[in-house]
Design a protein around this ligand. Structure first.
Ligand code: 16G
Ligand code: MG
Length: 617
């Protein structure tokens, strides 16, 4: 059952400096690390390297809250899809999204301050520059503003002691800490967004604890399913297809397995109340402790390896139907779907397929109210990793706008927010959500007024009921595996589809991902959306020649052309390569050529890359 958060009040020492210095001194910088860097999604390292940076980030989170006039912020202790020995921290700003880019620099400076004296000097500078009650260098003279920090953690064994350090450090700064215990990353972001209630659109009920989160989501999901009972043709949207009656959830042996299981209780309650339209049976496997976290299971493994997850839960052996499956990652902010067909072949439905399903559904519903499609600007944000077939399908069949943004949630989220009134973003790896802007809410109010009094069976009225529940069902702060799972399931139900029908909308171009180790990956820079390398200049010229060669070898008709790009990873010490072509052999060849070019032109280390050969199931 959901638990209530624990609230710790900040220490009321008149001058926190002595305690802060003692905490910092007690957790020195590891000698094995030259500098902490802020990766794509925050600090992420092997857990024993983290106490130093976590103490400082506990202080930093309090400072950030102070700089926002006491708005509440969050810190999530997780290394997401990484292996169990790693840990990390994702910081949530008061709107619930990722930390502001300018503040990432302050976080890095504080993480790398050589000692407590320098760290304290930086803390005082930030306080005086960014708070109206700043102390100008002496925290004992003036009262600090209100500071509130929400903390959440995943199921890693070291997450509890690391969270305790963050709590101590935030409290030492004088901040109130709200400790949510074990939660998913998107739950923590949700709590922060809801805690700063003035930022929530009125259509979304304000609930900033776990039971509220579950209730809003389950109720919105059930409401969306119920619209099928009046809207379907024949059985479509009224009865579940047998192949989707049980949804098997691979929890990656992490927190997502525990949390999705909590929905069982709510669903039972809904069933008892007779609100059973379309609810599937949930069958969760791969709980914490069943197997190693993210190892041969979970969204990252399934998507990158294009293989089914290993099922660790003892009772799941032989007892699991593989027709309708989904995999979360270790902190449940990513999701992919997959199934095994009658011939035993594995099929993956990744973030690109989710973007296609969700954007076409929303667009169809909007058009039922506004056939011209002019009132609300819809679009999809993808990254360079999006399969070329998905981009083509979005443009030519869904007929929606597509923007390609830089890899990483902070970039795709910002692009969706900036470009569209309804912005769907999904990375191919399964991280994504749908953002609804002010024009969407105006559209809903206008439609409400226009359609009041019309029949419940009126198609525009049904569309309105569907669209109205989406902002509460779909996490508005970050991608959320549980929320996305319910959204996708409801759309499949309303469309009368199973994974096989959805999968056949388009066929993915064969693709290959690989990585190369170089002495210094920062010598490779790319253009804004990472589709081409800018430096070293010779690299892009040679890559283009390899692509042209592949294009002339493979006749691609009107389909997407073979392509390849490279970029330095933001989470690992490696340069990543992505290639796609009309054949798997072509994709493998192109990726291998790119690896060799990186190795030769960018200071490859170790043995030269070997040719790539993909064998699919
Ligand atoms: C992080 C990002 C994810 C991105 C991935 C790229 C967040 C919450 N997560 O996991 O969006 O796709 O990094 O990793 O921002 P890479 O830079 O190593 O390729
Ligand atoms: Mg994750």
């Amino acid at each position: 059952m959901p638990v209530s958060p624990k609230i710790y009040h900040g220490n009321s020492t008149p001058s926190p400096d002595a305690e802060l210095a003692a905490l910092i001194d007690a957790h020195p910088k590891p000698s094995s690390l030259s500098e902490y860097s802020y990766g794509t999604a925050g600090f992420r390292y092997e857990a024993s390297l983290l106490p130093c940076v976590f103490v400082r980030m506990g202080i930093f989170a309090a400072l950030r809250s102070a700089s926002l006039g006491g708005e509440e912020v969050g810190a999530m202790i997780t290394a997401s899809h990484n292996a169990e020995p790693d840990n990390g921290m994702k910081l949530a700003d008061s709107h619930g999204g990722m930390l502001d880019a300018a503040w990432e620099e302050h976080a890095v400076s504080l993480a790398n301050a050589p000692d407590s004296q320098h760290a304290l000097a930086l803390i005082h500078t930030l306080l005086s520059q960014h708070t109206s009650t700043g102390d100008g260098g002496n925290s004992s003279k003036k009262k600090l503003p209100k500071m509130v920090v929400h903390i959440g953690r995943d199921t890693r064994s070291h997450s509890l002691p690391l969270a305790a350090l963050v709590i101590r450090a935030s409290r030492a700064m004088g901040a109130t800490v709200i400790d949510h215990g074990e939660v998913t990353t998107p739950q923590l972001h949700h709590f922060v967004m809801h805690a700063n209630g003035h930022m929530l659109p009125s259509i979304i009920p304000q609930r900033c604890n776990e039971s509220g989160y579950c209730e809003i989501m389950a109720m919105s999901y059930a409401a969306l399913l119920r619209t099928g009972s009046v809207g379907g043709k024949g059985n479509v949207g009224k009865q579940r297809l047998h192949s989707t009656s049980t949804l098997v959830i691979d929890g990656a042996c992490g927190i997502g397995a525990l949390k999705i299981n909590q929905f069982q209780h709510i669903f039972e309650k809904l069933r008892a109340e007779g609100c059973t339209v379309g609810l599937p049976t949930l069958h969760t496997v791969n709980f914490p402790g069943d197997g190693p976290l993210n190892d041969k299971c979970g969204a990252e493994y399934v998507q990158k390896q294009q293989l089914p997850p290993r099922l660790y839960t003892p009772s799941s052996k032989g007892a699991v139907s593989k027709r309708y499956m989904t995999s979360f990652d270790g902190d449940a902010d990513r999701i992919v779907f997959h199934f095994e067909d009658e011939a035993g072949k594995f099929h993956l439905l990744d973030g690109d397929k989710i973007a296609v399903l969700v954007s076409s559904f929303i667009q169809d519903e909007l058009r039922c109210i506004d056939p011209e499609g002019k009132a609300v600007k819809c679009g999809v944000v993808q990254t360079a990793y999006a399969n070329g077939s998905s981009t083509l399908y979005l443009k030519n069949v869904v007929k929606t706008n597509v923007v390609i943004a830089k890899t990483g949630v902070k970039f795709v989220h910002a692009a969706a927010h900036h470009h569209f009134d309804v912005g769907v973003y999904f990375e191919a790896n399964g991280h994504g959500t749908v953002l609804f802007g002010p024009k969407f809410y105006d559209f809903i109010s206008a439609a409400d007024a226009k359609l009041r009094g019309t029949s419940r069976h009126n198609r525009a009225n049904i569309a309105l009921r569907r669209l109205r529940v989406l902002p509460a069902l779909v996490n508005q702060s970050v991608g959320d595996a549980m929320s996305d799972m319910m959204l996708v399931d409801a759309i499949l139900f309303l469309r009368g589809w199973d994974l096989s029908t959805w999968s056949k909308l388009y066929s993915d171009m064969p693709s290959k991902q690989a990585k190369v180790k170089v002495a210094d990956r920062s010598i490779i820079t790319t253009n804004e959306n990472e589709t081409a390398a800018v430096a070293p200049a010779a690299l892009q010229i040679a890559l283009q020649a390899a692509m042209d060669d592949m294009i002339s070898q493979e006749s691609s008709g009107n389909g997407p052309k073979p392509r390849c790009f490279v970029r330095p990873s933001g989470t690992e010490d490696a340069v990543r390569v992505y290639a796609e072509a009309n054949t798997q052999k072509g994709a493998d060849t192109l990726a291998y050529e790119a690896m060799m070019l990186i190795y030769k032109l960018c200071g490859g280390v170790g043995a030269p890359p070997q040719p790539l050969i993909t064998n699919r199931l």
